[in-house]
Design a protein around this ligand. Structure first.
Ligand SMILES: Nc1ncnc2c1ncn2[C@@H]1O[C@H](COP(=O)(O)OP(=O)(O)OP(=O)(O)O)[C@@H](O)[C@H]1O
Ligand SMILES: [Mg+2]
Length: 417
């Protein structure tokens, strides 16, 4: 197997370490855009609510997912971009101001004002994951998204800063390194997912993406194309499974299968005479129960989860800004009836967000469970092309990435809608 290149294209890997699974995606990136060449998937028991609690179990899951992806692609995966999530994530707004050096704003002024905005005291136990520019002001004029080339004397910038607990991130990195994968970079789960699922128009108009996973529901809100809020609600698909297991007195495995195959968040969508087979715990025989009983248990948890998310958005006064509505992604969002319940609770359009913007093995990854892994690859592409525009575009590697900027933009605009 050849490392890191495939037919003159650069291979980029996305490693999503979730509460229930590890997803490993490999993409060949070149002038034609991003093409998925390998995907691996393994159940994970080493993470709780997005945080690594067992390094060995997590490393095992990463190894399995990576091997599967390598087998599919025929390429060795040496490094990957990795997702970070969990309740330890915090975010806050900050701002900075600099004098514009020339007559108009240059990239250097933008870098300086962002440096000033991020120069806030961060406790030593925390590390910065993202510094995301929200809004620029020139001489007091608000609402500028791209200040480069504009005239003025004073440049201000508002940023959204995301931080993570340093030790929790260290344990995540240890799991990845233990699986033999070098970490190229980190990204917040929902920010990665957003890159794979949302269109630029949705981000500009205002949208909330909710990545409903196994252990957490991760929120990111965009306004005028920029991230304005990130938050995590500590409820996910595992809570639904646990409720079904307790309510119907069955095992977690059977409860999960019942939820995925027969579950529905809106019992009105189910007819009263439908029944389901429920495995009993121990040696007792399986029972037949009305499907409505299963769905009522799920309905209660779905309603509570969506109301928690609604409350989070409402408390930050973000609901009126969501011109493009709410988008669910993450595997647990595939629960039947959830989108319909969401439209009712949020009182605005809700849709399911599938990963897109790629070529290659699209069928394999066209599922909300791959949103984060694919988003990591797209995030990496963006970061690498940013580096090239500001640093060395003469190196051979630079040439590959230098083409990305325009050709990937073209590719995305073709595949977006
Ligand atoms: N079709 C489906 N209907 C309902 N739930 C589903 C379906 N498919 C998967 N799930 C649930 O989705 C959850 C896993 O979601 P996902 O893979 O996005 O989580 P994760 O990334 O491992 O966790 P997290 O992001 O919270 O750390 C599980 O609880 C699983 O039962
Ligand atoms: Mg996830």
């Amino acid at each position: 197997m050849s490392p890191l290149t495939k037919q003159n294209r650069t291979v980029i890997c996305g490693l999503d370490i979730g509460t229930t699974k590890v997803a490993f995606l490999m993409a060949a990136v070149g002038e034609k855009g991003v093409e998925i060449i390998g995907a691996g998937f393994a159940p994970n028991t080493g993470v709780r609510h997005g945080v690594v609690v067992n390094i060995d179990q997590t490393a095992d899951a990463i190894r399995k997912a990576r091997e599967e992806a390598e087998l599919m692609s025929g390429v060795q995966a040496q490094k990957a971009w990795v997702s970070v999530g969990g309740l330890h994530i915090e975010s806050f707004a900050s701002s900075g101001m600099v004098a514009i050096r020339g007559d108009d704003v240059h990239l250097d002024d933008v870098h300086r004002v962002i440096e000033v905005a991020k120069a806030v005291a961060i406790p030593s136990e925390r590390q910065v994951l993202h510094v995301l520019p929200k809004d620029f002001k020139i001489d007091g004029q608000e609402g500028i998204t791209d200040p480069i080339g504009m005239s003025g004397v004073r440049l201000e910038c508002q940023v959204h800063i995301v931080t993570a607990n340093r030790s929790i991130v260290q344990n995540l990195l240890k799991s990845v390194e233990k699986a033999g994968v070098h970490v190229s970079g980190l990204a917040l789960q929902q920010i990665a997912s957003a890159g794979a699922v949302l269109s630029d128009d949705e981000k500009k108009l205002g949208v909330a993406l909710i990545d409903i996973g196994g252990g957490t529901s991760d929120i990111v809100v965009f306004q005028r194309g920029a991230v304005v809020h990130t938050a995590t609600v500590p409820v996910g698909g595992l809570n639904f499974t646990h409720d079904v297991a307790t309510g119907l007195r069955t095992t977690q495995v059977s409860a999960d299968l019942l939820k995925v195959n027969q579950g529905c968040a809106l019992p009105d969508m189910i007819s009263a005479d439908e029944t389901v087979q429920v495995d009993s715990v121990g040696d007792r025989p399986a029972r037949t129960v009305p499907r409505l009983s299963l769905c009522r248990i799920i309905e209660a948890r779905a309603e509570e989860t969506l109301k928690l998310i609604h409350r989070e958005l409402e408390s930050k006064s973000l609901l009126p800004q969501l011109g493009s509505g709410v988008i669910f992604t993450g595997a647990a969002s595939e629960l039947k009836g959830l989108v319909e319940m969401g439209s009712f609770i949020f009182d605005m359009p809700v849709r399911l967000g599938f990963p897109r913007k790629v070529g290659g093995l699209t069928d394999v990854v066209k599922s909300p469970k791959f949103s984060t892994a694919l988003g990591l690859i797209l995030y990496a592409v963006e970061k690498e092309s940013e580096k090239i525009t500001t640093t060395d575009s003469e190196s051979p590697r630079g040439n590959v990435f230098a083409h990305w900027g325009q050709s990937i933009k073209d590719f995305f605009s073709r595949t977006l809608q």
